[in-house]
Write a protein that binds this ligand. Structure first.
Ligand SMILES: [Zn+2]
Length: 246
């Protein structure tokens, strides 16, 4: 069990950040909640997720999205994402990439706030709600309007669209998970921000990094199920803690 500290960056963490060459930042919905994007769990959990039918709606069975509530939910979330600005935490992370020889962001979020903050090459474990993928040829397109309108069109191959999201009843592709696992296994330090650790398999990454000897720091509003894996847990809003830390 590591140390749990409120809203302060311990000297040990600053020292480590100056020593390591490879850093993985693992982000969950908590980093985007101050921008108004709902989280599945935790203190800022949005009522949008309280509907009993949410799991059913965001399931692969509903593809290609003929279900009107399915479309409404996707468009509701897409609208929230499109109007959300990158947070101070997202912006801070985009500025520090050059400080490390190897710097990677692995995210479980469905928004594009890391990308809009100018972080490049993020590994998006759950896909992005702003993109739609052809069921036939896998072509990705950015949704300029909304799902309802975009899905009235077909891909140029004639295929129908699906969201570029990992849905509740789908497994992550082996290739993607392998990439994430490799990053966790090879990093010297991992910082988890705003992740409850409850959504698998991403929630396993801190434990994987710890087993390989990485130094682990967690930033969250409250302790989580995965807190015991971290050397330090810093309690506080990511918008306050992340800019202070980097
Ligand atoms: Zn196609």
């Amino acid at each position: 069990m590591g140390k749990i500290i409120e809203n302060t960056i311990p000297d040990e963490v600053i020292t480590k950040l100056n020593q390591v060459n490879s850093l993985v930042v693992f982000t969950g919905a908590g980093i985007s909640s101050s921008a108004g994007i709902p989280t599945l769990t935790g203190p800022r959990c949005s009522p949008i997720w309280e509907y009993n039918f949410i799991n059913d709606l965001l399931s692969a069975e509903k593809i290609p999205g003929k279900h009107i509530l399915h479309l409404r939910l996707l468009d509701n979330l897409l609208e929230k994402v499109k109007t959300a600005p990158p947070t101070l935490a997202h912006l801070s992370l985009a500025k520090i990439a050059n400080k490390f020889t190897n710097f990677h962001i692995v995210s479980q979020n469905f928004d594009d706030l890391h990308q809009r903050a100018n972080s490049n090459g993020c590994l998006m474990l759950h896909g992005e709600i702003t993109k739609t993928r052809c069921l036939n040829c896998n072509l990705l397109e950015i949704i300029e309007t909304n799902y309802k309108m975009h899905w009235q069109t077909k891909c140029r191959c004639g295929g129908a669209w699906r969201p570029d999201l990992l849905l509740f009843d789908e497994a992550m592709s082996e290739k993607l998970w392998q990439q994430a696992e490799n990053l966790a296994q090879s990093c010297e330090m991992l910082v988890a921000i705003g992740s409850s650790g409850q959504v698998l398999p991403g929630g396993l990454l801190p434990a994987i990094a710890r087993r390989r000897g990485a130094f682990l720091v967690e930033i969250n509003l409250i302790p989580t199920e995965i807190t015991p894996h971290f050397h330090f847990t810093i309690l506080g809003s990511s918008d306050e803690v992340v800019p202070k830390m980097f």
